[in-house]
Design a protein around this ligand. Structure first.
Ligand code: RP5
Length: 178
């Protein structure tokens, strides 16, 4: 990808199913992004080099996704002043609780903006919101996204009012059946 504005880096390809959701949303928002794999533990030198080069490459925001003892976002943030969004992944027996705490508990001086476990959509939206501080067209796309969400909620409220909660609930259960 030429001139990516966002870099999505993940610790392993096992993080990709979640991280891909961030890439998809960035694509929908017409934000160019690059997706790569680099591990704070298995390839620390690569992560350090990647982080040291992001500002020069014009990358404005980094999304760092990792599970387990998730040091990727913090280690990346230690090597750059470009904003880093940490995306804890629910890999492993602790289902992301470990990754959440490892990502969010940064020492003062090196911030990581941490989203929820597997919160790929919010990671992408936060990246867009940072970029939109200097991009009016992207700000408009974000406003449209919010308006669509609000319309969706209103539509559900109307449906609930017309169906009644019991029928609505039954319909939801039918949809959830495998
Ligand atoms: C972390 O360990 C990765 O981010 C991944 O979530 C987890 C497991 O990695 P694999 O063993 O699947 O490569 O570093």
């Amino acid at each position: 990808m030429d001139n990516p504005a966002v870099l999505i880096v993940m610790g392993s390809d096992s993080d990709l199913p979640v991280a891909a959701k961030a890439a998809e949303l960035l694509e929908a928002m017409q934000v160019p992004c690059e997706v790569t794999i680099a591990s704070a533990h298995r390839t620390p030198q690569l992560v350090a080099e990647l982080a040291a080069g992001v500002r020069e490459r014009g990358i404005k925001v980094v999304i760092a996704a990792a599970g387990g003892a998730a040091h990727l976002a913090g280690f990346f943030a230690a090597h750059t002043t470009v904003p880093v969004i940490g995306l804890p992944i629910s890999n492993g027996p602790l289902r992301g609780q470990d990754a959440l705490l490892a990502t969010v508990q940064m020492p003062p001086g090196v911030p990581v903006a941490t989203v929820a476990i597997d919160g790929a959509q919010n990671a992408a939206l936060l990246a867009c919101q940072i970029l939109a501080t200097g991009d009016a067209l992207l700000a408009e796309r974000l406003a449209k996204f919010r308006a669509e969400m609000a319309a969706d909620v209103a539509k559900k409220a109307d449906k609930l009012a017309s169906m009644g909660y019991q029928t609505y609930c039954l319909a939801l259960r039918q949809v959830k059946k495998p």
